[in-house]
Design a protein around this ligand. Sequence first.
Ligand code: DLZ
Length: 163
Amino acid sequence: MATNLKNLSDFSHITVGSAVDLHITIVVAQWNAQVTAPLLEGAYNYLLKQGALEENIQVVQVPGSYELSSGADIVLRNKQIDAVICIGCVIQGDTPHFTFICDAVANGVTNVSLKYNKPVIFGVLTTNTLEQALERAGGKHGNKGEEAAVTAIQMAHISNSIK
Ligand code: DLZ
């Protein structure tokens, strides 16, 4: 949120805020569904907890993380919404695919966000093992889908407040 700060090192004004008036789309990859399903649940339930209306949350499935940015592009081209959350999980394998997919989705998400001037949140786990991914999808390291929803709400408010 834009604010005039007397103390420039005070970051406490960045709160999560309400999602009551927000329209948010979650684009989720089907690859590694045992990880992306709990991430999706974490994001969706957090939006509801912050007051978002079910009818204002759309979920769009795409095949893999590589397709997340084109999924976000399709959504933003066709719908007036406040933010997109991209959820995926890329797990390191024996071939260089990991690097290609991670680079593509990270750059793609940034580019779509800048193209439409809308928050597009990177809720993609990039891990060495399935175990590490599960630990971050509701396990001992929390749920990164929920964290992506926190960021989406914060960025939507920032975006909507600066005109
Ligand atoms: C092909 C592929 C591989 C090997 N691994 C993953 C992965 O770990 N996580 C993921 O989300 N997607 C993977 N994919 C699928 C690609 O993202 C993409 O769907 C295909 O390459 C088709 O463009």
